[in-house]
Design a protein. Structure first.
Ligand SMILES: [Zn+2]
Length: 76
């Protein structure tokens, strides 16, 4: 289960929470001041897992840039 960090909008305290991905966007109560408005920070775990492909990162050397086939260009 991934760890998420939530930053309080009032006191900027970071509250860490271990919760399922399905609940990642649900608000968390600040453990410092009790404020319910917290912003989830993008942890490295979440960013790396879901955004790599969407950013259009370069394919590995020698692979096909179109379909990602590691064996080489697919000829299209
Ligand atoms: Zn707070």
């Amino acid at each position: 289960m991934p760890i998420y960090e939530y930053e309080c909008e009032k006191c900027n305290h970071i509250t860490e929470a271990l919760r399922p991905m399905a609940q990642a966007d649900e608000p968390l109560i600040c453990e410092s001041c009790g404020n319910s408005k917290t912003q989830r920070r993008h942890s490295e775990f979440a960013a790396g897992a879901s955004k790599g492909a969407a950013r259009g990162e370069m394919p590995p050397m020698g692979g096909c840039g179109r379909c990602g086939d590691p064996n080489g260009p697919c000829g299209m």
